[in-house]
Ligand binder design. Structure first.
Ligand SMILES: Cc1ncc(C[n+]2csc(CCOP(=O)(O)OP(=O)(O)O)c2C)c(N)n1
Length: 563
């Protein structure tokens, strides 16, 4: 793109200036890639260059950074680490997080000659990116970097990969006449807020207002759009209960009278019961995928449905719709709120009472576990203490598996200022993602919840956190195992596992607090539930990275989804 302000510069200078121009504050990498760019970053910018212990962790940190800030997270690897980085983009892809991965690539001169460490990495990035491209000529730095940002943040956001020529991306040392122009519009999500079509909107609103027992199912699109306030206002105006996907858990605080909980597989019983008792489901910013609908059993296919989404292809993918609205969640909900007939809410009084009874029944059923003093500690109690004591502006970051089940079902956000980010399925995501979130939002407390199996994956990054003063608090639900797997092995052993079968899902018992301490973080071990609040308070005040090792019950299994 010739804009008339070109000047001779290296690719490295151009890239450093552009990253700065887009507001990038941190890049996460394993050397050696784009070495000249790193030197230029130091000369020309104050971007922090975090040298971490593995490419997958770098991708997860960039992902956490992106989800916490809405700004693209940047991760980098040389050619030999490229597929480790690609593996780390898988969660960002599933969660629609704008991560930009930059790798070294191949030299046309030596391709196919058995160059040390080299294979064709491009195909591996194809299924985990929206845009997967090579930068072969230094003149292309400006337009390709702009296209990377543009693609990552527009429409439904997602990861992008740029492969730079040379195993370490040495193309960055070459010079050309370039302009490091940036487009601030594409520096964060959402780049645009497409307005809904009025006729479609009117049709959807009419159906919603006529329904006697409607429920909203809100997803990650609500958080990407920053539409939580509009969502809650519409639900209040029309008196409609709200369930969320795991990815949309922070669309409504858990203590709101209209909140039914997380619906689907890793869910809260009350949410599944409310959604399955509804006569109309309004999906907003959710793909209505397998996890959110418990493989399309909640709600059952055939339940009347309407849907709002920024991605037209999402509309009606899984549930036949009575009305479909294509638009940004915040813009659409604000417009619905402006047009809402509040008088239509009166007919839903009984329905709201019924939904609230269902929620109260859930609370009563789980009260003993939520308040249990048992030793080893019950995970439900741990979640309950987090509901009570996580600060009101915290970012809560949660791993998958049992961690996702426990926190999805048992933990409540208590303030609209809190954020919730969860692994889209990859065990081990949360700890590095929490560090990335803390880099993006250093003023906000970050509290990460992970199991011990999840924590083991990237435990080396405790040293990174200590070296870079990334003062996130990580709570490890330490039962010395990956005990979510217990049920599955019980099943294949015909109900009763052999003693030897435990080698398939148990670990040695370790004290993560001691390990963390040795790696330069603050470690706190908690063996009694009553000691957790003061441990969390100490951690939040420490201004150091903290690992709270909570010794929990290996026999505690999270409740499975209710249909
Ligand atoms: C990358 C990856 N590999 C494997 C799994 C399957 N998996 C889900 S949960 C789990 C064990 C979880 O253990 P832990 O984090 O300690 O939590 P716990 O079940 O003990 O509460 C495994 C292996 C996964 N989700 N992601």
């Amino acid at each position: 793109m010739q804009l008339g302000h070109n000047r001779k510069m290296s690719g490295a200078q151009c890239l450093a200036d552009m990253l700065k121009g887009y507001g990038v504050t941190h890049v996460f990498h394993v050397p050696a890639v784009l070495r000249t760019t790193f030197a230029e970053m130091e000369r020309r910018t104050d971007i922090k260059r975090l040298h971490v212990h593995g490419e997958k962790a770098a991708a997860y940190m960039a992902d956490g950074y992106a989800r916490a800030s809405g700004k693209p997270g940047i991760c980098m690897a040389q050619v030999i680490g490229a597929l480790n980085l690609a593996a780390g983009l898988r969660d960002a892809w599933l969660a629609h997080a704008p991560v930009i991965a930059m790798t070294g690539g191949r030299e046309p001169k030596t391709k196919f000659r058995k160059v040390y460490q080299e294979i064709d990495d491009m195909p591996a990035f194809e299924p985990v990116t929206k845009f997967n491209a090579t930068v072969d000529d230094v003149e292309r730095f400006p337009d390709m970097v702009r296209q990377a940002f543009r693609t990552a943040v527009t429409g439904c956001p997602g990861p992008v990969h740029l492969q730079f020529r040379g195993n370490e991306g040495q193309i960055d040392a070459e010079e050309a006449d370039m302009e490091p122009l940036v487009e601030p519009q594409f520096a964060r999500v959402p780049a645009f807020r497409p307005e809904p079509d009025e006729a479609n909107l009117g049709a959807a609103l009419k159906i919603l207002q006529e329904a006697k027992r409607p429920v909203i199912v809100a997803g990650g699109g609500v958080r990407a759009s920053g539409a939580a306030a509009e969502l809650v206002a519409l639900a209040e105006a029309l008196q409609i209960p709200v369930a969320t996907s795991l990815n949309g858990k922070d669309a409504i605080p858990g203590n709101h009278p209209l909140a039914a909980g997380v619906v689907g597989t890793y869910s809260r019983e009350s949410a599944n019961r409310v959604v399955n008792a509804a006569d109309l489901v309004c999906f907003i910013g959710t793909e209505s995928g397998g996890m959110t609908t418990h493989f399309w059993a909640v709600p059952k296919i055939g339940t009347a449905a309407i849907q709002i989404d920024i991605e037209p292809q999402a509309l009606g993918r899984n549930y036949p719709l009575q009305a479909a609205v294509n638009g940004d969640a915040k813009a659409t909900l604000a417009r619905m709120l402006a047009l809402a007939d509040r008088a239509s809410a009166a007919k839903r009084k009984n329905w709201i009472a019924e939904a609230q009874t269902i929620c109260a029944e859930w609370r009563k059923k789980y009260q003993p576990a939520l308040t249990s003093d048992a030793v080893p500690i019950r995970p439900e109690r741990l979640c309950h203490e987090l509901s009570r004591y996580v600060p009101e502006d915290a970012i809560v970051v949660v791993d998958t598996g049992h961690a996702g089940m426990w926190m999805g079902g048992m933990f409540d956000l208590t303030s609209p200022r809190q954020s919730y980010m969860r692994s889209a399925g990859h065990l081990g995501w949360a700890f590095p993602a929490g560090l990335g979130a803390k880099c993006a939002c250093p003023q906000r407390p970050v509290v990460t919840f992970t199991g011990d199996a999840g924590f083991w994956y990237h435990i080396a990054e405790v040293e990174t956190a200590a070296r870079w003063n990334i003062n996130a608090v990580t709570v490890v639900n330490n039962n010395g195992s990956g005990n979510q797997s217990k049920r599955g092995f019980d099943r294949v052993y015909g109900g009763q596992q052999t003693a030897k079968a435990r080698e398939l899902w148990t670990f040695s018992k370790v004290d993560f607090a001691r390990i963390a301490q040795d790696m330069g973080a603050l470690g706190i071990r908690v063996e009694q539930a009553s000691a957790f609040p003061s441990a969390l308070a100490q951690a939040l005040a420490a201004e150091r990275p903290v690992v709270i090792d909570v010794v929990t019950d290996i026999d505690a299994l999270a409740p499975t989804a209710v249909v």
